[in-house]
Design a protein around this ligand. Structure first.
Ligand code: NDP
Length: 322
């Protein structure tokens, strides 16, 4: 049977990683393209998903049998804090339109992308899939978090009322080629890579905000892409699943910085600006459910993944989102 997989947000960090994996893994292999598959990587130029008519038009054009829904208004802490209503409304509209079109156009399977931001602010760690709705999210990004949480609610409602095969993935912090390297608005890894690159280029100090002590779980976008492909083929459960490296693979911001300094080839000194806030010390998420279901998966070692990302950034500095 012909399978048409539409990836919304196909031009972003995760969409580009899916495209990379599908085009580089051997055809017919576990994560490679299958002979009956057509993959479509859509951007906002294919249609603004906040608009129901444009969303429907995209579905009528591509007739997807499967959808990996990545499109979202995404941003760092500052942007999230400043534009709470925009993050809430744009993401609610995008998600509602994609879920509804997937239902009316009889898409066989839909996987949407949440984020660990959906979890309650006050929660017992490690995070796991059962704790999403057990308390309010952190106040700094409640717009984005509530919009994403609602996808899980809708998935259950679509399944119960119409029997739809809709589900969702919860990745931890993602990094890789095609990330957003904007100095004001990027996540921690791309922001530090860009800062370190400029320090090397301009011979200026490299200053890292905070103490360097907080711990985070980072997943390489190419690994995440493989996990989405596994979900597409093998995970048929409405309940969300955390896609992450293990809790024992947390790295400190200092370790991240050392790896970046090495990958960039920065030879000066760097320092921590301890007057700047650290954020939460750690917020570990369990990948037990993933490992139980997938039955073995080889994550790319952190330093190797970081090298690939830094090399991509340096080679594509003129066209990267900076
Ligand atoms: P990016 O910001 O890199 O890409 C966003 C994508 O969404 C782009 O392809 C963009 O299209 C598309 N898009 C945005 N608004 C619209 C719209 N109104 N209509 C149609 N398309 C739109 O995002 P990421 O790849 O980083 O994120 C992918 C998913 O992963 C998101 O759902 C995000 O919430 C989630 N996530 C991300 C994390 C991270 O660390 N980055 C962590 C956890 C979850 P265009 O290029 O045309 O603008």
């Amino acid at each position: 049977m012909a399978t048409v997989i539409l990836v919304t947000g196909g031009t972003g960090l995760v969409g580009k990683a899916l495209e990379h994996v599908i085009n580089t893994e051997p055809v017919g292999s576990r994560f490679g393209k299958l002979p009956n598959e057509t993959w479509i990587f859509a951007s906002s130029a294919d249609g603004d998903l906040r608009d129901p008519a444009q969303t429907l038009k995209m579905y009528e054009k591509y007739k997807p049998t499967h959808v990996i829904h990545l499109a979202a208004l995404v941003g760092g802490l500052f942007k999230n804090m400043k534009y709470k209503l925009t993050f809430l409304r744009d993401n609610i509209l995008i998600n509602d339109n994609v879920l509804h079109a997937s239902h009316t156009q009889k898409t066989t399977k839909l996987i949407s992308c949440l984020s660990t931001c959906v979890f309650p602010d006050k929660v017992e760690y490690p995070l796991d899939e059962n704790k999403i709705h057990s308390g309010p999210p952190h106040e700094s990004n409640f717009g984005y978090a509530h919009a994403k949480r609602m996808v899980d609610v809708q998935n259950h409602a679509y399944k119960e009322e119409f029997g739809c095969n809709f589900t969702s993935a919860i990745p931890t912090n993602i990094f890789g080629p095609y990330d957003n390297y904007d100095l004001e608005d990027a996540h921690v890894i791309p922001a530090l890579v860009h800062k370190c690159y400029l320090a090397k280029k301009n011979g200026t100090p490299f200053i890292v905000s905070g103490t360097g002590k907080p711990l985070r779980q980072f997943i390489f976008s190419w690994d995440l892409a493989k996990l989405f492909i596994w979900m597409l083929r093998e995970y048929d459960d409405v309940e969300p699943i955390i896609l992450s490296v293990g809790e024992d693979e947390e790295v400190s911001i200092k370790q991240v910085t050392d790896a970046i300094v090495k990958a960039v080839g920065f030879e000066g000194d760097y320092s921590f600006d301890t007057t700047r806030a650290d954020g939460q010390f750690r917020k570990p998420a369990s990948n037990k459910k993933l490992l139980d279901r997938i039955g073995g998966f080889q994550f790319t070692p952190f330093e190797e993944a970081l090298d690939i990302s830094v090399k991509w950034f340096i080679d594509n500095y003129d066209t990267a989102r900076t």
